[in-house]
Write a protein that binds this ligand. Structure first.
Ligand SMILES: Cc1cc2nc3c(=O)[nH]c(=O)nc-3n(C[C@H](O)[C@H](O)[C@H](O)COP(=O)(O)OP(=O)(O)OC[C@H]3O[C@@H](n4cnc5c(N)ncnc54)[C@H](O)[C@@H]3O)c2cc1C
Length: 388
């Protein structure tokens, strides 16, 4: 039987076998704890360690630093399996982004120090860009990293940081030269254990993604070795962030696709089983047309994303094409979960039906990873370069 979740151009037998092992892992280790972690607002640290031991966290990291040396398509399999069970609480996508910042930008010494611990799950990764005063306008960050001898001294605060409660390793976006605008931004790695002056704030309550810890972080004269400047040159942070964003946005787009598939399949099950006016809900033309639209959009999105995945692997994925995928896929996800919830009737609004969780979780996809307005801005900038 065709597997609708792992139905992609790049899927091989190896990916399918990998998907089987992820599915078993999530079924054995995640699902039994799902309700407890939802209530706690955070996924247990022990689960991260188990995922690390399974090789899931470092699947696409080089073998010499504790990874499995696989392509990033294997990480996509993990995200698609996560979508199959309608989970968004385990912040593995952010952990993966952090890991790839290190793979792409860190010095060999930094890789040796940090990657094995990120791959094993000893550390959960977070990236701290957003501040109470600025989100979309990244150049306006006010957190500073003041050089002092062999150390940087961090001061400032961040908010909405995914994995903020669990993180043992945080990439902090800070100004090493506050007067230099975007050219004054650097990425500083903070190893949180025992870091004096570092404080985690509240685990913020949210509309959806209830299991995911999203936090404030505070830095008050936090001392970090100069050797924790990612890369070996100050002021490169803005460009470093831009290089990695296409992967982050492609990942979010595949997650949108996975969530749409999950909503579609739940709705097929529900509308086939439930009856009104002497027939199945599925037999009303409205239901059939709505689901025909959803099915079409899922196919169209999958085709576009697979093309972008090939471009990512070839090193040619551009910022504007990743931005196109991010805004369109997440808006399609929003339309889909709304349509599918409607077809569930009142049951769709009940927490015990998965579609209600899919609905609540979908909303933020249009906001983080760069808002969809900023995505349109990036695409719009490319219009002027179009030859006619
Ligand atoms: C659940 C969750 C998890 C998150 N995880 C992280 C994380 O791990 N790390 C991290 O650093 N951040 C994280 N964020 C923060 C997220 O990236 C920001 O919320 C987002 O970038 C928007 O910033 P803002 O909230 O300050 O909104 P603002 O920038 O204040 O934007 C408000 C509105 O104005 C619009 N706007 C802004 N500028 C323009 C423009 N130039 N043109 C048109 N419209 C514009 C926006 O699109 C938006 O609609 C997370 C957020 C959430 C909700």
């Amino acid at each position: 039987m065709r597997d609708s979740f792992l139905n992609h151009d790049w899927i091989t037998d190896e990916h399918r076998a990998y998907g089987d092992s992820i599915r078993r892992f999530l079924s054995d280790e995640f699902q039994p704890n799902r309700a407890a972690w939802t209530a706690a607002g955070v996924v247990d640290r022990g689960f991260w360690i188990k995922a690390g031991a399974m090789g899931i966290l470092g699947a696409s990291a080089p073998e010499e630093w504790g990874g499995q040396g696989l392509s990033r398509s294997f990480d996509l399999v993990t995200f698609l399996e996560q979508a199959r069970i309608a989970d968004t609480g385990w912040g593995i996508s952010v952990h993966n982004i952090v890991l790839h910042y290190i793979v792409a930008l860190a010095t060999p010494d930094q890789k040796a120090r940090w990657l094995p611990r990120l791959c094993s799950g000893e550390w959960v990764g977070a990236i701290a860009m957003t501040e109470p005063g600025t989100g979309s306008d990244l150049q306006a960050v006010r957190t500073t990293a003041r050089a002092d001898g062999n150390e940087y001294v961090l001061n400032g605060s961040k908010t909405f940081i995914t994995n903020g409660q669990n993180a043992g390793f945080v990439i902090v976006v800070a100004k090493t030269d506050p007067a230099a605008g975007a050219r004054g931004i650097s990425l500083i790695a903070l190893e949180t254990e025992g870091a004096e002056g570092f404080q985690r704030g509240r685990n913020l309550e949210k509309l959806g993604m209830k299991r995911q810890d999203t936090s404030e972080l505070f830095f008050d004269e936090v001392r970090v070795p100069r050797a924790n400047l990612i890369g070996d040159e100050e002021g490169k942070g803005f460009g470093q962030l831009m290089i990695q964003l296409p992967w982050e946005r492609l990942m979010l787009s595949y997650m949108a696709l996975g969530a749409a598939r999950c909503a579609y399949e739940d709705t097929l099950r529900h509308t086939r089983a439930r009856r009104a006016f002497g027939q199945r809900i599925m037999d009303f033309q409205n239901t059939r047309f709505k689901l025909a639209e959803v099915k079409t959009e899922i196919e169209l999105l999958a085709a576009f994303l697979d093309r972008l995945m090939a471009e990512l692997e070839a090193g040619t994925l551009t910022a504007e094409r990743a931005a196109m995928a991010k805004w369109w896929s997440t808006e399609m996800q929003g339309r889909t979960v709304d349509t599918c919830l409607q077809l569930h009737g009142g049951y769709g609004y009940m927490s015990e039906y998965r579609i209600s969780e899919l609905y609540a979780d979908a909303r933020v996809q249009r906001i983080y990873g760069g808002t969809n307005e900023i995505m349109r801005e990036i695409v719009a900038r490319s219009i002027d370069r179009d030859e006619i």
